[in-house]
Design a binder for this molecule. Structure first.
Ligand code: DLL
Length: 439
């Protein structure tokens, strides 16, 4: 089902809408947000200089550093009292990235999510189970509102407690599952372990996955676990550009359709900033066209993809972005949570018992991410006291839980035993499969 006529416009029609909205959006940001005005003034560009979509490339880019420098509300274009909702995601260190929405933004966000949900096969009347963690993460409430809007019934079961999730699936007759792909695989495995056959014993036929990448290998595994008529699509977004709803796969599984009347996507060479032509891999840069609370002009996502503009067999004419092939920075996604190694470092370096050497090891066990952190002690006398070691381990785990909301196994090691580096330190060893391409 195609939710909105805007998904099937001609290129000319889409571009007309984009240009009109871009002009408005740039003026809105320039007039109301001092950091945007300062950056534009610095390169001598004013809103009236935007005469065509080609002028977009002259605008300065926005980065996560801008959020950090203007924490929490400095990039907002409206007073705090005009906001209806706040969400947040990880910053590179202690302070998160705070995002907000006016009632109009909420309406647009919901509309965008409804479209990508329908592209993935959602229908009015679906019984939806949302297994994303509710809270500051945009995933859960984003999908929640978008799916309610199409006339689905939503059960906000949140993440965790897998057996209870499965009980709800059986008892409520869940037809559509929303989760990170790794959690969906884990649920599928537990269902099998319980002696159930999802194809016969459950009604779940659609999976809308996102928040982290789903490789083609994971998709095949999804079919093995959930049944071969299960429809597994992924969708993309990030907090800075609303959350989920920027783009999503349709059932043709050939890239994620971009809601182009709300977002302009560019792909740039991450080294030079030069805009790359259709089909070339680079860093995705997104300009939001309708965001009132928090305008985003040329936001550098750090996500690597490429763009295609030819219409899709599904009937949608919107540009598609290939499923991501990585990131340009060191951000990790662990159990759907964005984690920067610098956040871990910040927790560790506050403790005087440990030195600056650590190693983060990631693996996937039963489709769930596991993190182990090896930390070097400054003084090896601590190794003689089991109680002291245990207390320190506990303190580190508690610090990490507060910072990231994640648990980690901690291994304290003797001074001088972790590798030293002459060049860039390699502190993360990721044994999980690397991300794959789709089309
Ligand atoms: O993860 C928004 C979202 C929630 C999208 C649920 C889809 C479904 P953040 O927490 O700000 O927002 O994290 C954004 O997650 O820059 C990507 O690196 C990664 N990411 C999100 N969706 C995908 C995906 C939400 N489908 C960051 N494939 C992004 C690969 C994804 N990575």
């Amino acid at each position: 089902m195609i939710w909105a006529k805007e998904e099937t416009l001609s290129r000319k029609e889409i571009e007309e809408i984009q240009l009109a909205r871009l002009k408005e959006q740039v003026a809105w940001a320039y007039e109301r947000v001092a950091p945007y005005r300062a950056k534009m003034d610095a390169v001598g560009i004013r809103p009236e200089h935007i005469r065509s979509l080609a002028d977009l490339k002259n605008l300065p880019m926005t980065t996560k550093q801008d959020f950090k420098d203007n924490y929490p509300f400095g990039l907002f274009a409206v007073e705090r009292e005009k906001l209806q909702r706040i969400h947040a995601s990880s910053g590179t260190t202690g302070k998160p990235t705070v995002v907000g929405y006016t009632p109009e933004d909420m309406k647009n966000w919901t509309e965008c999510v409804s479209r990508i949900a329908c592209a993935g096969g959602a229908m009015p009347g679906d019984m939806v189970q949302i297994c994303f963690g509710y809270g500051m993460f945009t995933g859960a409430l984003g999908l929640h509102f978008g799916l309610e809007n199409i006339g689905a019934t939503v059960a906000p079961t949140s993440s965790g407690n897998t057996k209870k999730q499965i009980m709800f699936m059986q008892d409520l007759g869940t037809t559509l599952l929303v989760a990170t792909p790794s959690y969906a695989l884990h649920i599928g495995e537990v269902i099998r372990e319980m002696g159930l056959d999802p194809a016969k014993d459950l009604k779940v036929k659609i999976g809308l996955f996102g928040g982290e990448g789903m490789t083609e290998g994971m998709r095949q595994e999804m079919y093995n676990l959930w049944g071969h008529d299960f429809k597994a699509t992924q969708n993309y977004g990030m907090s800075e550009i609303n959350g989920p709803g920027m783009s999503g796969e349709c059932l043709e599984l050939c890239g994620m359709h971009i809601n182009e009347d709300h977002f302009i996507a560019e792909v740039i060479d991450p080294e030079t900033g030069e805009v790359l032509p259709e089909g070339q891999h680079g860093e995705l840069v997104v300009t939001c066209l309708t965001k009132k609370a928090l305008p985003m002009i040329r936001y550098r996502t750090k996500d690597i993809t490429r763009l295609f503009y030819e219409p899709c067999k599904c009937g949608r004419t919107t540009a598609r972005m290939e499923n991501l092939s990585g990131r340009t920075d060191d951000m990790l996604i662990i159990r759907g949570v964005n984690v920067f190694p610098t956040q871990i470092e910040e927790v560790l370096l506050k403790m005087e018992e440990i030195g600056p050497h650590y190693e983060i090891e990631l693996e996937r066990v039963n489709h769930l991410d596991r993190m182990q952190i090896k930390v070097e002690l400054v003084d090896d006398s601590l190794l003689d006291s089991y109680a002291a070691l245990e207390a320190l381990e506990k303190k580190i785990r508690a610090g990490l839980r507060t910072m990231l909301g994640l648990d980690a196994a901690i291994k304290l090691v003797a001074p001088g035993t972790l590798p030293r580096f002459e060049g860039k330190a390699k502190r993360v060893i990721d044994h999980r499969k690397s991300m794959g391409l789709n089309c």
